[in-house]
Write a protein that binds this ligand. Structure first.
Ligand code: NAP
Length: 257
């Protein structure tokens, strides 16, 4: 599954799941552009770890919730490299509050970063993949299909992201661009601490049929496979990486069998 000679862009690639994806793609031989927003230091550290694997790394700052900044980022990539082979839409943010406390600003913030960014970035990425084909993978969560506490806006944005992934997959198929999503259950990162209560990690170990929580590397392994030629005939799918959590729900409730 070599990605040698490929150029990848990972949004939010400086830390958490994005970092694991950036390192995995680099370990397969891809040069990686690490996008960040607020944490330049961690992005630069990740770029250093990528280079230590023997490939090239760049960092590029852009708030993917801002169309002008997305354009600037792709203009930079276009001028510097003139191409892109792999685009990973990983960056996410969101307002985690009960429905009664949600306002227009919270809706727009969450939807712009989590869903609209996939549309705008994919439009620009596809132009840079033109003629050679490429891979686009978006990162979703179980909250797109299941109701999680205080997760309404992010869950709705992830449902939009998964639907958009299917539309992109069909429209870009003729350009030999494979588009898929990976949806994870709870993964131990900064985001988990923000959205969910303390002790979630411990509960996650007990509730996951596979016996442990999903790690960033578990997500990265599937993303890397979707970026390989072996996954060529997988299009528009959302691959669930949850250690069996979602299909084991009935069993957990004592209603299985
Ligand atoms: N953690 C989980 O339990 C879990 C489960 C399922 C799915 N996911 C999904 O996995 C992805 C990564 O999550 P994570 O847990 O690794 O998150 P995280 O630890 O909170 O990191 C968020 C990343 O997104 C970047 N980011 C945030 N807002 C941005 C913006 N406006 N423009 C550009 N970059 C921005 C951050 O960059 P800076 O550091 O530079 O600000 C950071 O690299 C997300 O799509 C998330 O929804 C997470």
């Amino acid at each position: 599954m070599s990605l040698e000679g490929k150029l990848a862009l990972v949004t939010g690639g400086g830390r958490g799941i994005g970092k694991a994806i950036a390192l995995k793609l680099a370990s397969q031989g891809a040069d990686v552009i690490v996008n960040f927003f607020r944490h330049r230091d961690t992005a630069q550290e990740t770029a250093g770890e990528i280079e230590a694997l023997g490939v090239k790394a760049e960092t590029v700052r852009a708030n993917v919730g801002d169309p002008a900044k997305i354009d600037e980022m792709f203009d930079t990539i276009s001028t510097k490299f003139g191409r892109l082979d792999i685009f990973i839409s990983n960056a996410a943010s969101g307002v985690g509050r009960p429905i009664t406390e949600l306002d227009v600003k919270a809706w727009e913030w969450t939807m712009d970063i989590n869903a609209r960014a996939l549309l705008l970035c994919s439009q620009r990425a596809a132009k840079l993949m033109s003629g050679r084909g490429g891979k686009i993978v978006s990162i979703s969560s179980l909250g797109s299909s299941f109701v999680l506490p205080n997760y309404t806006l992010v869950g709705v944005s992830k449902a939009a992201l998964e639907a958009l992934t299917r539309y992109l997959a069909i429209e870009f198929a003729s350009q030999n661009i494979c588009v898929n999503a990976v949806a994870a259950s709870a993964v131990e990162t900064e985001a988990l601490k923000f959205y969910f209560k303390e002790g979630m990690a411990q509960e996650g170990h007990h509730l996951t049929p596979a016996g442990r929580m999903v790690a960033p590397e578990d997500v990265a392994n599937v993303v890397s496979f979707l970026c390989s030629e072996e996954a060529l005939m997988i299009r528009g799918q959302t691959i669930v990486v949850d250690g069996g959590t979602s299909v084991g729900l009935l069993a957990l409730a004592g209603k299985g069998g």
